[in-house]
Write a protein that binds this ligand. Sequence first.
Ligand code: AGP
Length: 610
Amino acid sequence: MCGIMGYVGDKETQRVLTEGLRKLEYRGYDSVGIALNDGETLQHEKSKGRLEVLEEKLEGAPLAGSIGIGHTRWATHGRPSDENSHPHLDEQSKFAVVHNGIIENYMEIKREMKEAGYSFTSETDSEVISHLFSHLYDGEMVSTIQKVVDRLEGAYALGIVSEHDPERLYAVREASPLIIGSGDGESLISSDIPALLEHTRDVYILEDGEMAILSKEGVTLMETETGKELTRDIFRVDWDMEQAEKNGYDHFMLKEIFEQPTALRKTMTGRLDQEAKRVDFEELQWSPETIQQWNKITIVACGTAYHAGLIGKHVIEELTRIPVDVEVASEFRYRRPIIDEKTLVIVVSQSGETADTLAAMRQSQRLGANVLAITNVVGSSIAREADEVILTMAGPEIAVASTKAYTTQVLSFYLLGLYLAESKQTVTEQKYKQLIESIIELPEKIEGMLEHSQGIRWYSDSIKDAKSVFFLGRGLDHAVALEGSLKLKEISYIHSEAYAAGELKHGTLALIEEGTPVIALITQDEVSEKMLGNVKEVKARGAQVLGVAEEGNLDIWEYVDETCYIPNTPSILTPLLTVIPLQLIAYYTSLALGNDVDKPRNLAKSVTVE
Ligand code: AGP
């Protein structure tokens, strides 16, 4: 998963590339590099570490040229190092290549190339590509690309420049995202849309098995295998540039936390009629008969999206009585899931490009299931290939730690649950309307909570040196606890566990000692007595407990050391409120520890490799 960027045009190419890479850094930041063609030769610079390191190197010796490629790396094959950084060049420096993805048969190709006398300077899978170009070059770029690609197995988005063709930039896509930008007198490639917006809003989304030839004059798309030219409508991006910028906030994560009320309102728009108090999804093509035939729903996702799926299970089962399974995509794809045409599979993915989720979706379609995608990125692989799509309207999410994507996914499940329940007549009119009224109020309630966001900061200071933090909850609170724990782990690097509170005494209680911080979520009316019993258990072992409960719940004072209140709402809806202080705790703890909040170590935003 890495980010790639390419440019041909009259602007200062080096700057276009580095600025683009800055916007793609969320995809990986282990190393960075660029290569430019100055009309005669290829020049390149690359470096382990962040973009600033490369920029320092370039300050003394800028690269010239009106065509170039760049790469920001998330290391998979080979540790982060200068040598393993992209672009990779062949021995004669005639071809420079940037690659996002994994070449699965690189060992075999590397062996062959070594036998043919090529020497390698990196441990990466990607370096074989530049040597293949050198080896297979036949005097013509398109046919050479076809020959190179014919040898590659795996996933790849490639950007290629060559000394043999100083006017054109080439791009190829197979199972890794790649966007082509078409501007006025300039053309670009990028792994994602925000990096293009400064230059153009007119893009083509390259499909698997396709390549593009870019020049100042424009873009030609073709089928890679046959070379057949393709015609495709331009996709006009209507995002606001500001949405992809920090906009005065210190970090993208904080900005995105604060954008949640707006993101939720946008996700409701067109689906929730506030006057009539009805939910409708015009974008879904299901007939009542189709809905009626499903005897099972399977939700598949990774990470935070999986946690949203856990809420989805609870909501859909509660409202429709259809049994729902939730599975981690990386597990689902490698077993023989029991799925058929009577199953609705829901895949959830912010990026719409997560490799495991995409594979799980394709597998489900092969098995005959109808697949609904809940995704945030229009034009992403998952959005394009799913049978039905609910687009969350969170806008671009840049911070690696997902916040607004999660809450809009959870909201989508509430709306979907109500939509299905109405169709199946499994909910009373009174409950249906009451839930809708309460959903409409949620963004304002979150705004109210965010006005006091600093109020939770002291708690982050108190846990920042903890060895381990525990999150406890029952029912929906357990699902939210998992998300709170993941947020804390990923950006604070503090070990943390989320437990179904009743399960604690079956082993994990042994880890609770004097002073262990425990965050107990106590918002589910039906099990709050039981939950308080579990709080007593950890208190008896010396835990320091922060209780998160609804306003007016004064009973918890007797049990916990500190409280954090959320506004009142029906129990089924509390996840959208409970998660807010947990996001803020993770954010402020990361800040207190001096970590890079938006780009936590070892992680990347979009996991387009297995
Ligand atoms: C969330 O904070 C994580 N960075 C991660 O778990 C993420 O949710 C996961 O990789 C799935 O990504 P997707 O939603 O783009 O598929």
